[in-house]
Design a protein. Sequence first.
Length: 209
Amino acid sequence: MSLKIKVCGMKYLANIKALAELEPDFMGFIFYPPSQRFIGVEFERNDVANLPPEIQRTAVFVNAHLHEVIEFANLYGMKTIQLHGQESPEFCGELRAKGFKVIKAFGVDENFNFEILNAFVEHVDFFLFDTKTSAHGGSGLIFDWRILQKYNLDKPFLLSGGLSPDNLAEVLKIEHKNFYGVDLNSKFEIEPALKDIEKLEKAFELIRA
């Protein structure tokens, strides 16, 4: 089975439509105002409402209040939520109890303690491993993927952090039974939030070959 593909940080309608034609498994929209890829207040519900139902529309939040997450996700009809801050296992569990799929992101470096994930296992659907930085994702930096061998929980994960046309072939060599998908963002952009569809098309072909 080929890896699932998530493209994150979408914002512009024509770009969203062009990406939808490539049929990503997940399409991410960032509801975090400090982000360069924040969807902004002009964003229309219709921009995502008409996406094919098989694309999992994913709302990305960082340390938001529970009621905000639920309110915005429902407003835009997004059933998958990605949490990229210091959200607790209980926070994740409350969202799941309301019928959302939950992706919990963690910034990883050589000192990352995978044991902290134990408390989350029952409360999330997926983990996402990103490169640890002071920002919340979108850094374009990679971490040493060999550390993933220390991950031994039975919960699928997505890999993020600096995935690019130059290193995708290496990513596809990663062997881990719970490696579920890749999260493509900053290295596939013309500018923040505007994706290079041609680069993504080649990436999709490589991943799905």
